[in-house]
Design a protein around this ligand. Structure first.
Ligand code: C5P
Length: 403
């Protein structure tokens, strides 16, 4: 946690039982060499006294927006200017909602609006409140705006329930918070990734899909986030957990994926299309289940070609660095090189899906990175390690382009 040394850290404390752990957070921050100022909400004072946090931080604790004396010493704008980073621990469900809606009706929310550096949140709430759709929507909206979320953890809660919602331990929170100050190779970059299969409906109970598990796209999203990027992941139906701090948009059909990509592409530095987008979809979707007629004559399904999402992105006037995937069963390099050219890509990642050990559903892969000028084999290893190498390759390229 060396990156916390000599940093001005503003610790926001909101009103939940986990506020008792804030004292330990202040102690760790001080030990790591940070200067700490604490801002409490009114309800936080019901759980821990300002005096405790003042004694540990060595600074007066602020909590009121309309306090003439405090504003004269260091007002909300000065506090926002003073801080290098803000950590709000615990962050209650109510605070999440208020931050997501951009309210400025108390000192802490006003400071976060006036602040333009990294803000980390350590949620703490009852498991049912955490899993409520509104909380999850608020969380997603904050992540899409660059807020970092540390936790929550799972286990027994103060109310007796068991589940997700416990605030992480202070040391775990600070490990995550300190990474806000380390510059990864993708720091400040906005990345859009597609992952998984699409489902093209035939009738209410049937659809056309493929074997894509989404593992490659999800692990690329994780690797890009770990190297400092802000990631939006547009995903078809998969059975995977969304990586922490990832803004996920769920879609089903190729048409929905195309629309979602076009909606989110503005301002992105990198686009990575790992999704196995269905090339065709039924011309007509039947309103009721198709019945067999017993005649044993063939059933004809008329298909229309879907938009090529990669081509749409690479054809944009203000285009990001565009990366495609070529999953091939034969002629791997030749087919991938053709796709690089025909789809106007900066990079294509070629992988041989005829080998089941490194194919769609596997945890391992072996890929060749192909650009207009060079080729690089990444030998067989976990999709996680491969993803790191692909992200490193992309970040080198975009940093070279910008220099
Ligand atoms: O042409 P092919 O489907 O093999 O190309 C694979 C690459 O193109 C992948 O990166 C995939 O995400 C992308 N693709 C797309 N839109 C389609 C079909 C494929 O973006 N309709």
């Amino acid at each position: 946690m060396n990156s916390l040394a000599n940093k001005n850290v503003l610790l926001g404390v909101t009103g939940g039982i986990a506020a008792y752990k804030s004292a330990e957070i202040v102690r760790h921050l001080k030990k790591s060499g940070s200067s700490v100022r604490v801002v409490m909400t009114e309800s936080a004072k019901e759980f821990i006294t300002p005096l405790t946090l003042q004694a540990l931080s060595g600074n007066r604790v602020s909590s009121e927006l309309l306090d003439a004396e405090a504003e004269a010493a260091m007002g909300h704008i000065e506090l926002a200017k003073w801080a290098d980073g803000i950590l709000i621990a615990p962050t209650t469900a109510n605070s999440l909602a208020r931050l997501a809606s951009g309210r400025a009706d108390d000192l802490l929310s006003s400071i976060t609006l006036a602040f333009d550096g990294p803000i980390s949140l350590a949620p703490a709430m009852n498991q049912a409140m955490w899993s409520d759709k509104r909380t999850q929507e608020n969380l997603d909206s904050l992540i899409s705006k660059g807020f970092k979320v540390c936790g929550p953890g799972s286990g027994e809660q103060a109310c007796g329930d068991i589940g997700l919602g416990r605030m992480l331990e202070p040391i775990e929170i600070l490990e995550l918070f300190s990474s806000s100050f380390t510059q990864g190779a993708m720091s400040g970059k906005n990345v859009l990734i597609t992952a998984g299969p699409t489902q093209e409906p035939i009738d209410p109970v049937r659809f056309i899909t493929n074997k894509s598990s989404g593992k490659m796209g999800y692990s690329l999203a994780e690797a890009a986030i770990e190297s400092g990027a802000r990631v939006t992941l547009i995903s078809g139906p998969v059975n995977l957990e969304t990586p922490p701090n990832c803004h996920k948009v769920s879609v089903e059909t190729a048409k929905e994926m195309h629309e979602a990509v076009m909606h989110h592409i503005k301002g992105k530095d990198v686009y990575i299309g790992t999704a196995a987008v269905s090339d065709y979809s039924p011309v007509e979707v039947k309103n009721s289940k198709i019945k067999k007629d017993g005649s044993r004559s063939p059933l004809n399904l008329k298909l229309k070609e879907n938009h090529d999402i990669l081509k749409s992105v690479s054809g944009l006037e203000e285009r990001p660095y565009v990366v495609g995937f070529a999953a091939e069963t034969d002629g791997l390099i030749e087919n991938a090189e053709n796709k690089l050219k025909n789809k106007g890509l900066d990079l294509i990642v070629a992988n041989d899906v005829s080998n089941e050990e490194i194919g769609f559903e596997s945890d391992e892969n072996e890929v060749t990175l192909i650009t207009k000028t060079d080729q690089q084999l990444i030998p067989r290893q976990s999709k996680k390690k491969i993803s790191k190498k692909i992200v490193e390759f992309i970040s080198r390229r975009i940093n070279e382009q910008n220099n």
